[in-house]
Design a protein around this ligand. Structure first.
Ligand SMILES: Cc1ncc(C[n+]2csc(CCOP(=O)(O)OP(=O)(O)O)c2C)c(N)n1
Ligand SMILES: [Mg+2]
Length: 412
């Protein structure tokens, strides 16, 4: 069915973030060095993602690519008020989250390129950015899949007697999953130190919020489970910082979960292959007027913290950093083929990687201990090629019949 933007009535939905009670009163700026760092981080993320989009078009990046261009204030505002010991966990739209947490652009770009020096050693790609050292806990492709993991992180903090807090970000679409209700219930019941952050960009793929959620005030959606919420303007860096800092304080000191709904917008499509028939050009342009980087730079200029031409300088610096990351990623090797089955399972105390299933092509088991040995004999390549040939055959009886909508772009 073709989606007519006119049928996605948005007028009835309260999208006024000023329901946080502050109205339009400007918030005080942090010190000058912090302001500059915030602006630089947003500019770096923006440029990084633009370049990722370009490299995707050049087929340097495979799989799916979800960009968060336009959502930088929510991302940077949140990460900037977290402590090093806190955990951040997100979705498949998290290149910016990792960068904001301090992961090197080299490691994130190399991950997008599927290379050995990527932060997930090239095995994860765009949707599975991960950095344990900086407590960025991923990167998940399943909508709502990161919520129960966030509960686990919160529980582990309590169990170990640590005062670390978990910030769990997810999209508006995720509030409709069973995971959402289950996680809210347990988090409230067990008083887990978690800040749940809905990055409400008004769409779950091509479905607008009023067409996917009966309750459109998402800040209220967890109230019945015992998790109170509030709404904020996710395009306003200072509003995000203020609200997230307070929710983190509640989690850390009062040991209880809260929910924040941040109104934001992705300027690009859902993924690289999105014809964007579900929203109008005017709507996108309207949101682009609220570009968080421009808005924050204007505020800094008005307060005399940024002089003419300085934003260009910041953008130039971001440009150089991102191009260096592309060069780094391109020079990084592909993961070796014989490591294909490494780190799939952990067996016993020792982390022995391997593949323990009996494969229908070769009925013997493949214990992890011999993977390298087998790989050295070229067996892994033979298996991979046999697998590809097998998948290409129609007569093995497992190929499902073609559906009517087969030609549609499918997402995982
Ligand atoms: C459980 C599950 N169902 C469906 C999908 C397909 N899918 C991928 S992204 C997406 C939209 C999610 O939208 P939202 O949560 O608002 O996040 P956004 O993409 O807007 O950041 C869907 C339905 C999936 N990945 N996982
Ligand atoms: Mg969304």
């Amino acid at each position: 069915m073709a989606h007519n933007p006119d049928t996605t009535q948005q007028a009835e939905v309260d999208r006024r973030p000023e329901t946080d009670g502050r109205g339009s009163q400007p918030r005080a700026l942090p010190d000058e060095a912090t302001c500059r760092e915030l602006l630089e981080t947003m500019a770096l993320i923006r440029r990084f993602e633009e370049e990722a989009g370009r490299q995707y078009q050049r087929a340097k990046i495979g799989g799916f690519l979800h960009l968060g261009i336009g959502e930088e204030a929510t991302i940077v505002g949140t990460a900037s008020v977290m402590e090093e010991r806190d955990y951040l966990i997100g979705t498949y739209r998290t290149h910016g989250h990792a960068l904001a947490r301090g992961t090197s652009p080299d490691a994130v770009m190399a991950e997008l390129f599927g290379r050995e020096d990527g932060c997930s050693r090239g095995r994860g790609g765009s949707m599975h950015i991960f950095d344990l050292e900086r407590r960025f806990m991923g990167g998940y492709g399943i909508v709502g899949g990161n919520l129960p993991i966030a509960a686990g992180l919160g529980l582990s903090s309590d169990y170990k007697g640590e005062d670390s807090v978990t910030v769990c970000s997810f999209g508006d679409g995720a509030v409709n999953t069973g995971n959402f209700g289950e996680t809210m219930n347990l988090s409230a019941l067990w008083s887990l130190p978690i800040v749940f952050l809905v990055e409400n960009n008004l769409y779950g793929m091509g479905t607008s919020i009023e067409r996917h959620s009966a309750v459109t005030d998402l800040s209220k959606k967890a109230e019945g489970y015992g998790v109170p919420g509030m709404r904020i303007d996710g395009m306003d860096l200072l509003a995000v910082r203020e609200a997230v800092a307070e929710q983190i304080r509640i989690a850390r000191e009062e040991r209880r979960p809260t929910l924040l709904e941040a109104f934001t917008y992705r300027f690009r499509g859902h993924s690289a292959a999105d014809p964007e028939v579900y929203r109008s050009k005017e709507e996108v342009e309207e949101w682009q007027q609220k570009d968080p980087i421009v808005a924050f730079a204007q505020r800094l200029s008005a307060e005399g913290m940024l002089v003419e031409g300085e934003l260009d300088g910041i953008r130039q610096k971001a440009e150089e950093r991102v191009l260096a990351a592309v060069e780094f990623a391109d020079a990084s090797p592909e993961p070796p083929l014989e490591s294909l089955y490494d780190n799939l399972y952990v067996l016993g105390e020792e982390a022995i990687g391997g593949w323990y299933a009996v494969d229908e092509r070769t009925p013997e088991t493949h214990p992890g201990e011999i993977e390298r040995e087998v790989g050295a004999g070229g067996e892994i390549r033979k298996l991979a090629e046999a697998g590809a040939a097998y998948a290409g055959q129609a007569e093995h009886g497992r190929k499902r019949p073609a559906r009517d909508d087969e030609e549609e772009e499918s997402e995982r």
